[in-house]
Design a binder for this molecule. Structure first.
Ligand code: F6R
Length: 614
């Protein structure tokens, strides 16, 4: 959700903040705004729409130079995405400016209280109450840090807040509860950001903050406290990727770049995960072998694309370990009173590590005594921090809103988890595990092979540019791939798309088939006779009813050609690993189709990366 930047130092705060917002715009892009402190006043500008609108306005109406500032890109929750509702919000005497990510749940009561005291509201947002409350505190004599501590104690909900005070030009103060915020540590300058992309071109040294903490940055240093003012400490870490990872590198979209990064990302996700003797080792696996042997049920919780990775994980983990696995949407899990014991292992899958639904799910699980393992891409984010163990996916920053390398590396981490459990519990022999690891190590090459044949997929996208509805069918591990293919198309091309388990077709969805309807079918590898043959039967059934069949099938599969309008050939891989290769053409297809339709592939309408509100 919203992108947040704060800066204090010696550079132009406007330049630093706008550059940071550009790198964070994938988090939200309904409106953008900036506030600078200059000679005892707040200078502010904000505009509905993308960051470019704000930049244009700043070019036409330049603000005075300043070295202290804050900036925001918004994903609207309370109040329409208008100029008036864009952040920053100022107190009634324009002394304090505030930006916010999250939802202030008790804002209506606070707003009523402020209105009764004669404050005139200038927006429809929940955020504005905070600017008035902070301003009242500083006007009564508190410094901005103390003001923030006091105000936070009155707020309910999830929030990252960042504020400046016109009368205190060398200080930026921020607070967080259930919402992301990191500090960038510079020399003679310091930074705040929703994530490290906000300041990666200036520093790779960062400070992770805990829950319910207030942080004050000045040129000279950083001070962290609890909401009650008690001293606290952030956790220092070094960011292991650099500016080039946050650039498009010659591609038209971040998403396309990230699709093409998958051979590397998958290789990185595997790197260093087994010893020379062939035993798997997961450094961040903080659960003991005994704890893992005691596990009697696994529940995988996640949302969206990460949930589909969880569906694949279930097939693999159950097969390799014989531990019963359930997969649940995190938001459903949290509110249905699931049966959890201390021997239940809850696996949270999240690229961002900040998805509020998944975070609430793991908190619930831990409160019931279950152990939680996170599969996550973002170092220092909340979900791994609040988990008992973590497997980092090492995909590097994912900036395109639609997840691609995030998904493929979540699959790799899930496979590693399954194999590791099998090793600990003795449900597979060492040579069997090494065999699967060896197959995994071939995946970067296989994915590269598919990427090298991108033109055929782009041609298909050109051909289907007028499609109004597309279906995706899969079976077994191919079913989540079908769901993911459909999601990619929905979110990027705004086309009606549905994924179905092929076996379910005759129970209803086959009624949707009509002349010319494009249907992608993920054909299981030939070695799985029954699955493969049943899929071929399903394809015949839809073709007989006029569907245009677009098959993803193994390269030497002779059974598919008679029933295919088009075939995208996949390399020969084990059935459980097929999602890693089968998803790639579907990502390329959605990216290309959306791009041809003139859509903003990296910032699809109504979406935001990292959904930090429930
Ligand atoms: C779709 C997509 C989303 C995310 C979902 C979970 O392309 O990106 O469906 O997968 O919002 O996000 P994370 O993995 O950050 O928890």
């Amino acid at each position: 959700m919203c992108g947040i930047v704060g800066y204090v130092g010696e550079k132009s705060a406007q330049d630093v903040v706008i550059e940071g917002l550009r790198r964070l715009e994938y988090r939200g892009y309904d409106s953008a705004g900036i506030a600078l402190v200059h000679e005892g006043s707040i200078l502010s500008d904000k505009k509905a729409g993308k960051l470019a609108n704000l930049e244009k306005d700043l070019a036409e109406h330049p603000l005075e130079a300043s070295t202290t500032g804050i900036g925001h890109t918004r994903w609207a929750t309370h109040g329409a995405p208008t100029d008036r509702n864009a952040h920053p919000h100022l107190g009634q005497h324009d002394r304090v400016a505030v930006i916010h990510n999250g939802i202030i749940e008790n804002f209506a009561a606070l707003r009523g209280e402020l209105e009764d005291a004669g404050v005139e509201m200038r927006s429809d947002t929940d955020t504005e109450v905070v600017s008035h409350l902070l301003e009242a505190e500083v006007e009564a004599g508190a410094d901005l840090t103390v003001a923030m501590q006091r105000v936070c104690q009155r707020l309910a909900g999830a929030f990252t807040l960042v504020a400046v005070d016109a009368a205190d030009p060398a200080r930026v103060v921020a607070a967080r509860r259930n919402s992301p915020l990191v500090v960038g540590l510079g020399e003679g300058e310091n930074f705040l950001g929703s994530d490290v992309a906000a300041f990666i071109e200036h520093t790779r040294e960062a400070l992770e903050l805990g829950q319910d903490q207030v942080v004050t940055i000045t040129r000279e240093g950083v001070e962290v406290t609890g909401f009650d003012g008690s001293p606290a400490e952030g956790k220092h870490y070094h960011v292991d990727w650099d500016l080039s990872a946050a650039e498009k590198d010659g591609h038209d979209w971040f998403m396309r770049k990230e699709i093409f990064e998958q051979p590397h990302a998958v290789a990185d996700a595997l790197l260093g995960r087994h010893s020379p003797g062939g035993r798997l080792q997961l450094d961040e696996m903080r659960l003991s072998e005994q704890e893992l042997r005691d596990v009697d049920k696994i529940i995988l919780v996640a949302c969206g694309t990460a949930f589909y990775a969880g569906l694949v994980a279930k097939y693999a983990i159950e097969h390799w370990t014989r531990i019963p696995c359930e997969v649940e949407l995190a938001h459903e899990f949290r509110y249905r009173d699931p049966i959890l014991t201390q021997d239940t292992l809850v696996v949270a899958i999240s690229q961002s590590g900040e998805t509020a639904d998944t975070l609430m799910a793991i908190r619930h699980a831990r409160a019931q005594g279950s152990r939680v393992l996170a599969i996550c891409n973002t170092n220092g984010s909340t979900i791994p921090r609040e988990s008992d163990a973590v497997i980092y996916t090492h995909a590097g920053p994912e900036i395109g809103v639609a997840s691609t390398k995030g998904f493929s590396t979540q699959l790799v981490a899930s496979y590693l988890l399954g194999l590791y459990l099998a090793q600990v519990r003795g449900t597979m022999y060492g040579d069997e595990i090494r065999g699967v690891v060896h197959e995994l190590e071939q995946m970067p090459g296989h994915i590269q092979g598919i990427l090298d044949r991108k033109d055929a997929i782009y041609a298909l996208a050109a051909d289907l540019a007028d499609a109004r509805s597309v279906l995706f069918l899969g079976r077994h591990a191919g079913f989540p791939v079908a769901l993911e293919g459909a999601l990619k198309l929905k979110e990027l091309a705004y086309i009606h798309a549905e994924g179905f388990a092929a076996g379910e077709l005759k129970h209803g969805p086959i009624a949707l088939i009509e002349e010319g309807l494009p249907v992608f079918c993920v054909v299981p590898p030939q070695g799985r006779d029954q699955l493969h043959d049943k899929m071929i039967s399903a394809i015949q059934e839809i073709r007989a009813r006029g569907a245009r069949t677009l098959l993803l099938a193994e390269e030497d599969d002779p059974a598919v050609a008679p029933y295919a309008d088009s075939v995208i050939y996949l390399p020969r891989v084990p059935v459980l690993l097929q999602p890693l290769v089968a998803v790639v053409p579907l990502q390329l297809f959605a990216c290309e189709l959306a791009s041809r339709m003139g859509h903003d592939v990296d910032q699809p309408r109504n979406l935001a990366k990292s959904v930090t509100v429930e």
